[in-house]
Design a protein around this ligand. Structure first.
Ligand SMILES: [Zn+2]
Ligand SMILES: [Zn+2]
Length: 110
């Protein structure tokens, strides 16, 4: 699966990273995270330790004007949750979080 953000510029494959007993898709270039709805709910219940472990230092900061769902290659829609702007695919319920957005959301939910 390609990164919804970086792939606007160049094809970048997401990497599966372990988070507790689940695997999360993270982009090795921009550090963004792609979640399905169930993963999103589960991450919210996990502690900061796991959320921080998902964060990765990145050198390149791509910021595409739009995000594209890697499944359908369709535009994702902007949605604001608790003041944090995220990207969602209404079709397959994927949620894209730019680096740092997961942590920002986590703080809002606490
Ligand atoms: Zn990326
Ligand atoms: Zn989709």
């Amino acid at each position: 699966m390609n990164c919804p953000n970086c792939s606007t510029f160049d094809e970048v494959a997401m990497e599966a990273v372990s988070c507790a007993d689940t695997k999360i898709d993270r982009c090795p270039i921009c550090g963004g995270i792609l979640l399905d709805k169930g993963e999103f709910q589960r991450l919210r219940t996990m502690g900061n330790f796991y959320i921080e472990a998902l964060d990765v230092e990145v050198e390149i900061k791509h910021n595409a004007p739009g995000r594209y769902c890697p499944k359908w290659n369709r535009s994702m829609e902007r949605e604001v949750i608790k003041g944090v702007e995220i990207d969602v695919c209404k079709q397959c319920k994927y949620i894209w979080l730019d680096r740092g957005e997961l942590f920002a959301l986590q703080k809002q939910f606490q």
